[in-house]
Every structure is written in structure tokens, then in C-alpha cells.
Design a protein around this ligand. Structure first.
Ligand code: F0G
Length: 497
């Protein structure tokens, strides 16, 4: 009997969960052993601000961000070694051009059929945002840039350049009874109304994939097509904030009719076929530790309407970042990025990536923890209002800050408060706090870095704090409550301590 026939008598490998990881560890770094007391002492010294806690002594998972925290593959490390640090037209520039052509389409990177450079490399996403919004902002007064959800740096860069950033979240995002898989969609009817009423003030429409600010939920291709349709009717360029383009494509493959049989790569191509341009931070789905850029379709509406912006962008890039063939990046970073882009669209990579987050989320939910659903592609959000619902903690007690301080010191996991403190504000004149609508702690999962047992330990740690939630004290803000971007800078103290 043939072996291939014999194996049919046994259950298929796909019935065993979890599946083996699609990679193995190439090299590892041991963590330094630290006691909870040592961590507590250090965290006290930095005023309970987890951003200021030395990463080197984190013994659990570092969930502060999925940005730039990727573990690179051995191919990327090898490519790094081949980095060419020439001042103009380094080797990596051509490799990256090829990778962008392959991933997003030749029309986004210096298509040889045109002489006009249309791709601009920056050191990270926000530098690219600053550049493009500077030029768009100069077009007119009182302009508005609508999005399904601007990330906070995008929002800040739009407003710093004299424009208004508007988020048109999908109504399903806040509807707890909605089963939609695409809660990151843009509210198309509100967009149409805005285009009718204030269309002359809208220079460009943005869609962020996945919608990080909107609970990191994905956007459907149908929604992208509808927004694109309106952008053609009203003759407005359509841009993507594409940081997590491959994760978004995976959700389309999973949940949107007609895409099951398509590869991630094919879906990515379809998404970008609608874009007149995109901004991106390669620190997410570039599978890289650094990098960002602006890529403008060479035959698209953006270039047609604002042709002068391209030369402006190039001058700006030369003055602020570097020659357009390296932008704000070293040659070795560019090499690692070119390879990262090829890995990120591999179906087996993305299957693993998303199933790891889904499994992490299911474990949290099974432990009875108030985790936001559906789980997205790069992070889990814990609803702190529900977490502290039956305790004496009030909004101004900043329980989310107390929680992250305890999680880090007692159990060695670093999560990030993105709620009443991070997005709230303090009015020095009235002495009043204004709180945002939502109050989350985020667990962003770095790519290719942690294994199931790391995440299981994090779940057990959160559960332990949840069980003892009535013992979690409030914090007082001892520095920085009136500052902008205050969560990066503030210092806290447990009350009565
Ligand atoms: N756009 C989105 C959707 C983002 O999530 C980020 C960064 C940026 C733009 C800016 O890119 O960091 O390279 O300047 N998000 C990170 C996070 C910081 O933790 O969510 P950058």
C-alpha cells in the first residue's frame, strides 16, 4: 500500500488545533530575569508611565505597539547585510521599486513610461503624512479631509496644516448587535452628504486599512468600491492610509463573498486598483522596523488635479529627508523592507498572523474578560468601562493607567492605555476633564515575535487583575495632565500612596 493512501486512514492534520507555526526560530534573545518587585521599583521611578519603562526588563509580552516591533526573517537579515549605503540610487532602491510594483502595481513607483517621480520614501508614516498634507493644505482655506478613521498622527498632521480631519465611522462600529465583519467601513451616506454640502472644500478622500482608530476593524472591498464611486462622481482623488493593507486583505478573503479562492496578493492588487495614491508606514505590514512613504498613481486623479505637488514633494523630501532614492532610510533598511513586502502577502504567513490574534481574543473572551469584538488584525482592546463597571473607580480615577501599571509590574506584560487619559483632555481654566467616548487598553501584537504560551500567560495575568479589580486603586496625575499628547509624557502616583 502506498504511503499517500495510508495517511488517508488517519485524521487530517488540519483537524489539530493549534496548527504548527509556519516558521521556526532562527535566533532568539533571552530576556533578563526580573522580579515583580524590581519592575515595580522601576515603574515607580518613571511615574507609572509605561512608555518610559525600559523594554529590556519586560519579562512577558510587549504589547505597546505592533509598529516597528516586527521580528525579521532570516532573508531580511541577509538582505540587511547587502545594504548599499550609496548616496544616490543605491541597490535597495531598485529592489524596493520592484517589490512595490509587484505588491501594489507598477503605476505607483516611477513607471519608466513617465519621467515624473511619483514615489517618495520617508523614515516613517507620520513624516510622509506631514509632507503630503503640507502641500494639500496650501491649496485652499478651510479644507476638510474625510476618512473612515484617521489615525491620531494623521489627524494631527491634517490639522497642523490648517485643515479639518473628519472621521465618518460606520454606524455598525458602535452597534453591539451588529455581526458585520467590516466595522471599519466608511459611512458612505455621510460621505455623500458631505460631498454635496462641502464638496468644493474636500481636496482628497482617505480610507485607512485596517481602521486602527475605529477599533482596528477591517474595510470591505465593497465599501472601497462605493467610496471610489463617489470619488469619481465628485471628481475627488481617493487615497489609502495603507499601513495594514495585507491584514485587511486577509479579512476580505475570509469574509467577503467571492474572495475565498483569491490570494492575498490578488486581493491587495484589487484594493490598490482603486487608489489614486497612498501613504504608508512600513513599520506595520512592511514587516520592517523602519520606513514610510507616499506613492501616487502616475495616471490618477491626484496627479491630474494637483500636478505641481509632485515636484514640491520632491523638493521637500530632499530638504528634510534625503535624496529621493533613499528618502529617510538607510540602504540596509530599504533592503530589509523590499524582502518584507514579499513575505507579508504570503497566505501562510497571514493565516498564522490573524489566527494568532483571533486565538488570543477567544482566550480573553472565554476567561470572561471584556474584550472588544470582533477581534481585528493586529490588536485586542479591553473595554475598561466594563472592566471596572462594578467597582468604585470613576472616570477621573484613570483605572486604565492603574491597570497597565499593575499588569507590567506584577506580571511583566506591557499594554497601552488608549482611553480616558490618552484621549481625554484637561482644561486648566475650569479644572475639568473631558473624556472621550471610549475607554480602552490596547494589546497590540508584534509580528512574528510571540508564541501561544506567551499570549496565554498574558490572558491569565489580565484575568487575575480582573478577579481582583476591586483592589485596584485610582491614580493621581502628578505631571502633565494639561499637556497635548499627554499619555506619552505624564507621570502618575497611586492615590494615598
Ligand atoms: N497610520 C496608521 C493607521 C497608523 O496606525 C500609524 C501608526 C501611522 C499612520 C503612523 O505611522 O508610526 O510610522 O509614523 N501607528 C502606530 C500604532 C504608532 O501603534 O498604532 P508611523
Amino acid at each position: 500500500m502506498h504511503l499517500s493512501a495510508l495517511i488517508q486512514d488517519f485524521p487530517s492534520q488540519s483537524t489539530f488545533k493549534p496548527s504548527p507555526r509556519p516558521y521556526f526560530n532562527h535566533s532568539v534573545e533571552f530576556k533578563s530575569a526580573q522580579t515583580p518587585e524590581a519592575r515595580a521599583k522601576k515603574l515607580d521611578e518613571v511615574g507609572l508611565n509605561v512608555f518610559s519603562f525600559p523594554a529590556e526588563i519586560i519579562t512577558g509580552c510587549d504589547f505597546l505597539s505592533d509598529s516597528g516591533t516586527t521580528t525579521m526573517t532570516s532573508e531580511q537579515w541577509a538582505a540587511l547585510h547587502l545594504g548599499d549605503e550609496s548616496y544616490g540610487s543605491n541597490r535597495g532602491f531598485f529592489k524596493l521599486m520592484e517589490a512595490i510594483h509587484e505588491t501594489f502595481g507598477a503605476e505607483f513607483f516611477n513607471d519608466p513610461s513617465t519621467n515624473q517621480p511619483n514615489a517618495f520614501l520617508f523614515h516613517q508614516g507620520r513624516a510622509a503624512e506631514d509632507a503630503i498634507f503640507k502641500f494639500i493644505g496650501a491649496l485652499d482655506d478651510n479644507q476638510i479631509i474625510p476618512s473612515n478613521g484617521h489615525f491620531d498622527t494623521t489627524h494631527a498632521n491634517i490639522e497642523a496644516n490648517g485643515m479639518k480631519a473628519i472621521n465618518l465611522f460606520s454606524p455598525e462600529l458602535k452597534d453591539g448587535n451588529s455581526n458585520s465583519h467590516f466595522k471599519g467601513n466608511m459611512d458612505v451616506s455621510r460621505l455623500e452628504k458631505l460631498l454635496q454640502e462641502k464638496g468644493d472644500k474636500i481636496p482628497v478622500i482617505f480610507i485607512t486599512i485596517t481602521n486602527n482608530t475605529g477599533g482596528e476593524q477591517p474595510v470591505s472591498l465593497q465599501n472601497i468600491k462605493e467610496v471610489y464611486g463617489l470619488s469619481r462622481t465628485y471628481k475627488k482623488p481617493f487615497f489609502l492610509d495603507a499601513c495594514r493593507f495585507a491584514e485587511n486583505a486577509y479579512f476580505i478573503k475570509q469574509h467577503e463573498e467571492g474572495y475565498k479562492e483569491k490570494s492575498i496578493k490578488e486581493i491587495v492588487h484589487e484594493i490598490f486598483s482603486f487608489a489614486d495614491g497612498f501613504t504608508i508606514s512600513f513599520k506595520k505590514d512592511g514587516l520592517s522596523n523602519m520606513g514610510g512613504g507616499i506613492f501616487i498613481r502616475n495616471n490618477g486623479l491626484f496627479i491630474e488635479k494637483y500636478p505641481e505637488i509632485l515636484d514640491g514633494l520632491m523638493n521637500y523630501q530632499i530638504i528634510k529627508e534625503g535624496h529621493p532614492t533613499y528618502g529617510g532610510l538607510s540602504g540596509r533598511d530599504i533592503m530589509a523592507l523590499a524582502v518584507g513586502l514579499k513575505t507579508i502577502v504570503r497566505d501562510e504567513y497571514m493565516n498564522f498572523r490573524i489566527s494568532q490574534i483571533q486565538d488570543f481574543g477567544s482566550s480573553m473572551a472565554e476567561a470572561g474578560l471584556p474584550v472588544l469584538k470582533p477581534f481585528g488584525g493586529h490588536a485586542l482592546y479591553l473595554d475598561m468601562n466594563k472592566f471596572f463597571e462594578d467597582t468604585a473607580l470613576k472616570a477621573g480615577d484613570f483605572g486604565g493607567i492603574s491597570f497597565t501599571a499593575l499588569l507590567l509590574s506584577a506580571y511583566g506584560h506591557r499594554a497601552c492605555e488608549l482611553g480616558y487619559f490618552a484621549f481625554g483632555s484637561y482644561d486648566s481654566k475650569t479644572g475639568e476633564e473631558t473624556f472621550p467616548e471610549v475607554n480602552f487598553v490596547r494589546f497590540a501584537v508584534p509580528r512574528l515575535r510571540y508564541e501561544k504560551q506567551d499570549l496565554d500567560h498574558a490572558v491569565a495575568s489580565v484575568k487575575s487583575l480582573y478577579d481582583g479589580r476591586d483592589k485596584i486603586p485610582p491614580v493621581d496625575v502628578i505631571y502633565g495632565k494639561e499637556l497635548t499628547l499627554r499619555h506619552f509624557k505624564a507621570r502618575f502616583k497611586f492615590r494615598n500612596s
